[in-house]
Write a protein of this length. Structure first.
Length: 230
């Protein structure tokens, strides 16, 4: 048995990594709306059913635009730094209005945003499930033990240090999984930064750990920090 060969995930090609049903489509993880063009080469792809794939089609643009609007402080398309978000806000005025309605100012003039927590959670859980299946060959179709998301700038120094530090792996991932190849063989399709998988610099990175529990951390636009644990 060659430990350098990727084969563990071949057992799961016949199921949707999000719900476990029979797949009929393929889905990018992370979603391309969260990245800028040109897209990275060899963007991870997982099996999905059409129902699951469609269930994210509205929430992913919402989250991509929300994060950009919060960073720039405006819903005006001309203020967006990301061309993709600029196009979405221009072509979908209803979405822009929805995000604008979540913006308010407190008595001190500070800008506050009230995100649709259910929509953000839907996307974060989808991304985490995709990464867990792709990296560890362990689809996580059940509800997680915990799911959280918070701006990096809202973390305390201790919280930030803990989030950014990869956990010590006491258990090696399954032989033949991508996580095994990265950890033991040193094979990686994407850039590594202190244990983090950098899909696109400044736009998206993630970290999957598997010591006892499967945990996925991800960061969107170096602003929103998310963690999902099973």
């Amino acid at each position: 048995m060659d430990p350098r060969k990727l084969y563990a995930d071949e057992r799961f090609t016949g199921l949707c990594v999000y719900c476990g049903r029979e797949p009929s489509t393929r889905d990018h993880v992370p979603s391309r709306v969260l990245l800028d063009e040109p897209f990275p080469a060899d963007l991870p792809v997982v099996s999905a059913c059409e129902a699951c794939n469609n269930s994210f089609s509205l929430d992913e643009p919402y989250l991509a635009c929300l994060v950009e609007c919060v960073i720039t402080g405006s819903v005006d398309p001309n203020s967006a730094r990301r061309e993709k978000v600029k196009r979405i806000l221009t072509e979908k005025p209803a979405l822009a209005s929805l995000i604008a309605a979540s913006r308010r100012e407190d008595e001190s003039g500070n800008v506050l945003w009230e995100p649709d927590v259910a929509r953000v959670r839907n996307v974060v859980l989808k991304l985490a499930r995709g990464h867990a299946a792709y990296e560890c060959s362990e689809p996580q179709t059940g509800e997680p033990e915990c799911l959280s998301f918070i701006p990096l700038c809202a973390m305390s120094a201790e919280q930030l240090r803990s989030f950014e530090t990869p956990p010590v792996e006491h258990v090696w991932p399954e032989l033949g999984s991508r996580a095994f190849l990265r950890a033991v063989v040193g094979n990686s399709e994407v850039a590594l930064d202190d244990g983090w998988q950098v899909v696109q610099q400044g736009r998206y990175r993630y970290l999957v750990s598997h010591s006892g529990q499967t945990a996925v951390r991800l960061v969107l636009s170096e602003y929103l920090a998310c963690e999902v644990v099973w």
